[in-house]
Design a binder for this molecule. Sequence first.
Ligand code: ZN
Length: 61
Amino acid sequence: MSEKACRNCRLIVNTNLCPECKTASSSEEWVGEAIILDPKNSLIAKSMGITKPGRYALRVR
Ligand SMILES: [Zn+2]
């Protein structure tokens, strides 16, 4: 099963329902991957608006 990314928060998930934002809108068409370990000290996390650690897609279609 391929991984998907949430269209709302860009978290990489393998279900349709995102466990983080509870949005049932995930896409198989995403590119790039950012592993955020420490959102408070990550420029990537800040620019993406991420507040929780996890794996995120850089772009979701
Ligand atoms: Zn989400």
